[in-house]
Ligand binder design. Structure first.
Ligand SMILES: Cc1ncc(COP(=O)(O)O)c(C=O)c1O
Length: 368
């Protein structure tokens, strides 16, 4: 039933190393193959995915596809590690970086149009890269994914989508025409907070060849045992996404109605600005909620008062986690100081609510 874990840094052989032949552990490992095949199928790709040692390694590999001197367009509130990496690379002069409000479709389209016009002299088919994340981490903004991909592709841009929050069960960007999907496999795909892994899912073979070359030469490979664990996690992805999504819907509705919560973002709430888009383009709303409790002090008090919810960064595991996002200094200042991101797990929803409700009472001193 289970693929064996191949613990080997090299493979016995004397022949010329043709592409695809096993030669050395930095180029390939048989333990990667079933995971890469399964993820490609889930995302609807024709070629195998590529697993990396972390989500950020996959992101760095995808960013490297943009032509030297080209432009990368990223959401202002994309995952802060991806933004930081792109900002640092842009400072070296490798590419120009433009940030956009990903909810403002017309502004994104205009940014892509102006970049493709400006970079046309490069004569490269990846001179402009539109980077989409939807929903965004941690603001839960929802991009008009099909419209943005269609317009960006029509203008000649290359499109990468970070699909970590949605997972391929809720959203498949390659079906809309995106060129590459990236994942922090650390999160829902592996699902048990026990590995750090990433993946790129290219739609086509030529782009896969470039990414594979990058991974082999830069060396950001995954350990075989970790990938084996990720494949095990993938087997229960559907159950975990379903249960955590149901829990999140119930909790978001109650949080939105709670007097200590000033704002709630969850695409499953009918009043959420991203609800209509998410309902049209996703098969569910995910299990991440962002609430604003108004101040650093209130957010810290809430996190400290929880007993069942664990104060920790990361998301997408079976257990519920929460954190005040601005404790990370790299988080943009436009993320409110009192924003708490909740990653809803698969525990009993009433247990989760009781803990949150008691913690919120501690914040407000029982004044509801
Ligand atoms: C949306 C998103 N993309 C990418 C990453 C980076 O992945 P990793 O931590 O596996 O390097 C994260 C991590 O939090 C994330 O939330």
């Amino acid at each position: 039933m289970n693929p064996p874990i191949t613990l080997s840094s090299t493979y016995v052989g004397t022949g010329e190393v043709a592409s695809g032949a096993r030669a050395y552990g930095r180029y390939s490992n048989p333990t990667w193959d079933p995971f890469e095949d399964a993820l490609a199928r889930l995302e609807g790709a024709d070629v195998p995915a590529l697993v990396y040692g972390s989500g950020l390694a996959a992101i760095a590999s995808a960013l490297d596809l943009v032509a030297p001197g080209g432009t990368v367009i990223m959401p202002t509130h994309t995952y802060q590690g991806a933004l930081l990496g792109a900002q640092e690379t842009a400072r070296t002069g490798r590419f120009d970086l433009v940030t956009v409000d990903i909810e403002d479709t017309q502004a994104v389209i205009a940014a892509v149009r102006s970049a493709t016009e400006a970079k046309a002299p490069l004569g490269h088919d990846r001179s402009v890269m539109l980077w989409i994340e939807s929903p965004t981490n941690p603001m839960l903004e929802v991009a008009d994914l099909p419209a943005l991909v269609e317009r960006a592709k029509a203008d000649g841009a290359f499109v990468v989508v970070d699909n970590t929050f949605a997972t391929p069960l809720l959203q498949r960007p390659l079906e809309s025409g995106a060129d590459v999907v990236v994942h922090s496999v650390t999160k829902y795909l592996a699902g048990h907070s026990d590995v750090v892994l990433g993946a790129c899912v290219p739609a086509e073979a030529p782009v896969r060849d470039l990414l594979l070359h990058h991974r082999s030469i830069q060396g950001a490979i995954a350990g075989p045992f970790d990938v084996w664990l990720a494949l095990r996690g993938l087997r229960t992805l559907a159950l975990r996404v379903e249960r955590s999504g149901q829990n999140a819907q119930i909790l978001a509705e109650r949080l939105a109605a709670h007097p200590a919560v000033q704002a709630t973002r969850f695409p499953g709430l009918p009043a959420d600005p991203g609800h209509e888009r998410a309902a049209a383009q996703m098969d569910g709303f995910g299990a991440i909620i962002a609430i604003d409790v108004g101040s650093t002090e209130a957010a810290d008090a809430l996190v400290d008062a929880c007993r069942l919810w664990t104060p920790a960064t990361s998301l997408g595991g079976v257990e519920s986690l929460l954190e005040r996002r601005r404790r990370h200094t790299a988080e943009p200042e436009t993320v409110p100081e009192g924003l708490v991101r909740l990653s809803v797990g698969i525990e009993d929803v009433e247990d989760l609510w009781t803990d949150l409700e008691e913690a919120l009472e501690a914040v407000t001193g029982g004044v509801a």
